[in-house]
Design a protein around this ligand. Structure first.
Ligand SMILES: [Ca+2]
Length: 313
């Protein structure tokens, strides 16, 4: 049993005897909401609790052609909201990041609502505010998230809501705030080593030689890795990987000051190959390793380059 707001019936045109639109109420009895019109009929149900609906017409009368009967429930939210991304990387002091919210009216009425985003301290979030959706309407509204320059690195949660008639549908955005980096690739020319190379034609040194045509390839083993020695400790804010077709769907960026004790600076579980930018805040990084976890293909891993950019002062 759910409270009904309205019932819509789509029926065929043409003459038919008048039919009655009815719903079954809590005590099992049928209540008449009104008569069936031509083509399109919408009747108010005023919140009556019901679990079934039917059309009734006189015995022997010509039956109506019924295409669809739609119950509109009064306890359903007036709108749906779906964010295109629920995790975003945002540079501290950098440009705003846009998250798009798809809003859809889900009742037999226009939805007049308000979008809100409750940004925690250190994060700014802007929404369009008032939003009007026509009946059956759908539109995309942007939430702009920015991280002012003195905000510490880290993860922040921004709840986004769309409120219509006092009911709110909600989703959250996780904002990963990362420090701004310079454009200087510290891995360029760095000594590189690997767990193993597929052949001598694809050595570890190819990831840091500055030549976009050369590449390192590993044997076909998930746990393969390649690393660069930056020569001294640096605070790394961004790593850029340029994959050949044989990429990793899962991998970690590991960092170390001495090449023996390692920390995980970033975990990637949905690697897509191509050029990937991975943000982090990894001070004390002399050695930087791309540690494979899961191969995306039957081949090993193959990287044209591993680039490491330091945090800007
Ligand atoms: Ca190369």
């Amino acid at each position: 049993m759910r409270p009904l707001d309205k019932v819509t019936v789509l029926s065929g045109p043409g003459p038919h005897s008048s039919a009655s639109v009815q719903v079954r109420t809590e005590d099992g009895s049928w209540r008449r909401l009104g008569g069936l019109g031509q083509g399109w009929t919408e009747l108010a149900a005023s919140g009556v609790r019901a679990d079934a609906m039917r059309l009734v017409w006189a015995q022997g009368a010509e039956p109506p052609a019924v295409h669809e009967m739609v119950p509109w429930f009064a306890d359903a939210p007036a709108a749906r909201m779906k964010l295109d991304r629920t995790t975003v990387d945002a540079e501290i002091g950098g440009r705003p990041v846009r998250v798009e919210a798809e809003l859809e009216a889900t009742r037999a009425d226009a939805a007049r609502g308000r979008m809100s985003a409750k940004a925690p301290k250190g994060i700014e979030a802007k929404t369009p505010g008032r939003v009007v959706l026509q009946r059956g309407g759908r539109l995309t509204a942007a939430v702009e998230i920015s991280v002012p320059k003195d905000t510490p690195s880290g993860e922040y949660t921004v709840p986004v809501g769309f409120t219509v008639d006092g009911r709110t549908v909600r989703q959250q955005v996780t904002v990963r705030a990362y420090p701004r980096t310079t454009g200087q690739d510290l891995a360029l020319g760095a000594a590189a080593t690997s767990s193993a190379d597929e052949t001598d034609d694809f050595p570890a040194s190819a990831v840091s030689d500055g030549d976009p045509s050369t590449r390192w390839s590993s044997p076909a083993e998930d746990g393969s890795w390649v690393q660069v020695d930056l020569g001294r400790e640096e605070r790394i804010g961004k790593v850029v990987l340029r994959w050949q077709d044989a990429y990793a769907s899962g991998y970690r960026i590991m960092t170390s000051a001495d090449g023996r004790t390692w920390s995980t600076a970033a975990v990637v579980r949905d690697g897509r190959g191509g050029t990937e930018q991975i943000r982090m805040d990894a001070p004390g990084t002399r050695y930087l390793r791309v540690q494979g976890v899961e191969r995306a293909t039957k081949y090993g891993y193959s990287l044209f380059s591993v680039e490491a950019f330091p945090v800007a002062d």
